[in-house]
Design a protein around this ligand. Structure first.
Ligand SMILES: CC(C)(COP(=O)(O)OP(=O)(O)OC[C@H]1O[C@@H](n2cnc3c(N)ncnc32)[C@H](O)[C@@H]1OP(=O)(O)O)[C@@H](O)C(=O)NCCC(=O)NCCS
Length: 187
């Protein structure tokens, strides 16, 4: 995409989109293999029907190509008054063009419209396109004492799933009242 191209369309997911999302998430996760985290790459994605409740709640958005096919998606749920980003995935064929950033900003605008305080997420501290990337998008690491009950539960579930909690971090990005994100880091 050239610097003058308009941002790609982001829209709420429809039932028609759902069958493509598991393969999209699996393809995005392949990147973990290159850094010795094959177990993450091999983790089966949710099934199409698992996305349906989120789609029906209007908490699942896709970014689409010229043919209206999803190239990426972001899925959130409400957690302790915040929009918790459960998953954001961009297909490798479309990666590195800012689609991930646009999806996060889109959710931030949605969250602002609902009066939510912040976006939250949990992610890998050491993976270059996880915590360091989110820091550049304006997220900040939450110290353990600042974790909300819901975020503590997220970490408990991740530990039960087998993730190494020493490499997991919860992050938060405040939502601006206007819905236009001004929190951009120059890091
Ligand atoms: C994270 C993800 C959604 C970003 O999507 P994207 O559309 O490529 O995002 P952007 O184009 O906005 O930015 C990509 C960033 O990742 C960084 N990045 C990507 N691959 C990288 C790598 N191998 N090493 C270092 N940095 C990397 C880029 O430098 C870029 O950062 P910058 O914008 O600050 O320069 C996408 O990489 C992805 O789907 N990853 C696999 C799934 C995942 O880890 N999801 C997040 C946890 S739920």
């Amino acid at each position: 995409m050239s610097p003058t191209s308009p941002p790609p369309p982001i829209r709420l997911a429809t039932p028609t989109d759902l069958p493509s999302l598991p393969a999209l998430q699996l393809a995005a996760g392949e990147a973990f293999r290159s850094i010795g985290m094959a177990e993450i790459a091999d983790n089966p994605p949710p099934r199409a029907e698992d996305f349906a409740p989120h789609q029906q709640l209007g908490q699942l958005w896709v970014t689409v190509d010229d043919s209206d096919r999803p190239q990426g998606f972001v899925l959130v749920r409400l957690l302790d008054g915040c929009a918790h980003v459960e998953q954001v995935s961009v297909h490798p064929a479309a990666a590195g063009r800012g689609l991930g950033r646009e999806l996060i900003d889109h959710v931030a605008g949605w969250a602002a419209g609902r009066g939510l305080a912040a976006l939250t997420l949990s992610t890998f501290r050491s993976v270059p396109w996880n915590a360091p990337y989110y820091r550049r998008l304006g997220f900040r690491e939450l110290p353990h004492e600042d974790l909300t009950p819901g975020l503590r539960q997220v970490l408990t579930e991740e530990a039960a799933f087998g993730l190494d909690l020493s490499d997991r971090v919860c992050m938060r990005r405040p939502v601006t009242a206007a819905g236009q994100e001004s929190v951009r880091s120059s890091e």
